[in-house]
Design a protein around this ligand. Structure first.
Ligand code: HEC
Length: 160
């Protein structure tokens, strides 16, 4: 029935229906509040981190062509991105759809230390790759990857 009405009244009705939740499903709307914005910001930072660590890993595993310069850049970028993580976790921003656990705020010094672990590991990787070359440094990608779980385990809700 909805479909028929929608066809009769055209596109505008479809958008009204979905705006009212008529379309069903989908994720929760992210509120346009400081907390919602912080959530969006940190999600983007995490995705950038995940992309770049993925590129580092793929080079280390021989899945994509090795580019020494790009390898150093990705590692440096991850080191910088790591310092941008804590500012995305403003108070009370464990909004609907977020996997952030309350311990982030009750145990904030440790949470920040975990971000620093990622920073330190990525920086060490960049420095090793720069001074000793890709081959000598590629094994250190594993240490960088290890810091993700080091923070996710205590501070991120598990996906069901
Ligand atoms: C200092 C803590 C910390 C570190 C380090 C960290 N993460 Fe996260 N990450 C989180 C938290 C907390 C969330 C959940 C945030 C939320 O949902 O509000 C998250 C969420 C994510 C997400 C989901 C983003 C989305 O689309 O919802 C990805 C992907 C991710 N992290 C990848 C990584 C990778 C890869 C690394 C390591 C290279 C990493 N993270 C390191 C704390 C961390």
């Amino acid at each position: 029935m909805k479909k028929l009405i929608a066809t009769l009244f055209g596109v505008s009705l479809i958008s009204v229906l979905s705006a009212c939740g008529g379309a069903g499903g989908g994720g929760a709307e992210i509120p346009d509040t400081p907390e919602g914005q912080a959530f969006q910001y940190r999600t983007s930072v995490m995705e950038a981190v995940a992309y770049k660590v993925g590129q580092l890993r793929a080079m280390a595993m021989g899945e994509i062509p090795v580019n020494q310069e790009l390898f150093v850049k990705h590692a440096n970028d991850v080191a910088t991105l790591a310092t941008m993580i804590p500012e995305g976790f403003i108070p009370n921003s464990a909004i609907e759809g977020s996997a952030a656990l309350p311990e982030i705020w009750t145990n904030n010094a440790d949470f920040q230390a975990k971000a620093m672990d990622l920073h330190t590991a990525a920086q060490a990787l960049a420095m090793a790759a720069q001074s000793q070359g890709f081959e000598a440094a590629k094994g250190m990608v594993q240490q960088v990857g290890g810091t993700c779980g080091g923070c996710h385990r205590p501070y991120r809700r598990r996906q069901e």
